[in-house]
Design a protein around this ligand. Structure first.
Ligand code: KG4
Length: 334
């Protein structure tokens, strides 16, 4: 069975071809960094327009890389939500139209489900049940995953997502977009203990996150230095900010695994490609006897391979979409 998968929920146009459940034959990503960089964040209308330009070439590239054609495709899986509606509509409508024209069944996939299952694209796969931490530009959530189609949210961010905080700090320090990779690069040369930024633990027995207070604290710190005409220690700010995010993500994830009585933690989402987060999670998981699964960065950031994988299960359940099935901006998994 060959699945053509399409993902366009935000600012990446992605297509992949998956054989059977999880064999990735191709996984193409076309990003829009240059378009959005000048604004320090994603401009939704520009994102939709870029998807329109990229969708067909990206799908063609995925088919070509997999050495196949549309004639051999058995299933089309496309992200139905959550995300930017204009962006979602491009990929999802394209998928439905292709399915109609070629008489191929089409399934709609929740973007979060893709992140929750992305570890299954790797050679060493986790066993159910497990806790998953999904941290990206739009989400910071903890889930219990009991089988490929059953997820229960344990907690989520009450304000900014972790990736959003990275992006806003990068904008404040004029480091460019997307913020995560560049902030973590600066952090490598900084002291994570140089500045005591706050950790927002909220209710210690709950698994919600909050990153807006941390962001405000960084803004205030930079403003004070500017008012005094002092040099901004960019590396130290990046390292101290990053450590404040990591401390909370690590400890809440460990607690969630222990509270669920599970022994496995899986991570996903763009922020999950952060080297320090991965290393520090690894260390804590070892201490607590928890098996940690860290998909490679290419399966953490937005990609269509994970949509093909999650789509496989939707199809097995018979969840095909109709021509008038709509996209949704907020996940029912929230
Ligand atoms: O999952 P993703 O590709 O897109 C969605 O948000 O859905 O995640 C992108 C987010 C951005 O906010 C980006 O700054 C962040 O992930 N990110 C990182 C790193 N790489 C990407 N954050 C921290 N460290 C990184 N290395």
């Amino acid at each position: 069975m060959l699945t053509l998968a399409i993902e366009s929920s935000c600012d990446d146009t992605c297509a992949a071809v998956i054989k059977n459940r999880d064999m990735v034959l191709s996984n193409i990503v076309s990003n829009q960094f240059e378009v959005h960089a000048q604004f320090g964040g994603i401009v939704p209308e520009l994102a939709s327009r870029c998807h329109i330009e990229s969708i067909w070439p990206v799908v063609q590239a995925a088919l070509e890389k997999a050495s196949t054609t549309l004639e051999d495709i058995d299933l089309i899986a496309a992200t139905r939500g959550p995300g930017l509606v204009g962006s979602l509509l491009v990929g999802f409508t394209f998928a439905k139209a292709l399915g109609l024209a070629k008489n191929i069944p089409c399934v709609g996939v929740d973007h979060m489900a893709g992140h929750l299952l992305s570890a299954f694209l790797c050679d060493t796969k986790p066993a159910f049940p497990y806790v998953a931490l999904v941290v990206s530009g739009g989400n910071s959530s903890l889930f219990e995953v009991t089988d490929p189609l059953s997820y229960k949210q344990l907690g989520r961010t009450r304000d900014d997502a972790a990736g959003e905080a990275f992006d806003k700090i990068a904008k404040l320090l004029k480091l460019g977009y997307p913020g995560g990779p560049v902030v973590s690069q600066y952090a490598e040369n900084g002291n994570p203990e140089a500045i005591k930024f706050p950790r927002s633990w909220l209710d210690p027995d709950k698994f919600d996150f909050s990153f807006s207070g941390l962001k405000t604290s960084v803004v205030n710190h930079v403003n004070k230095l500017q008012q005094k005409n002092q040099t901004i220690p960019i590396a130290d700010i990046c390292a101290s900010f990053q450590q404040a995010v990591i401390d909370v993500l690590v400890e809440k994830s460990i607690k969630a695994v222990q509270a669920s009585n599970y022994h496995t933690l899986v991570i996903g989402g763009g922020v999950a490609s952060n080297k320090q987060l991965r290393q520090q999670l690894q260390k804590r998981c070892q201490q607590e006897n928890i098996s940690l699964f860290t998909p490679p960065p290419v399966y953490c950031t937005d990609n269509a391979a994970m949509i093909g994988l999650a789509g496989y299960y939707q199809h097995a359940k018979g969840n095909t979409v109709a021509p008038d099935t709509d996209v949704y901006p907020r996940s029912p998994l929230h």
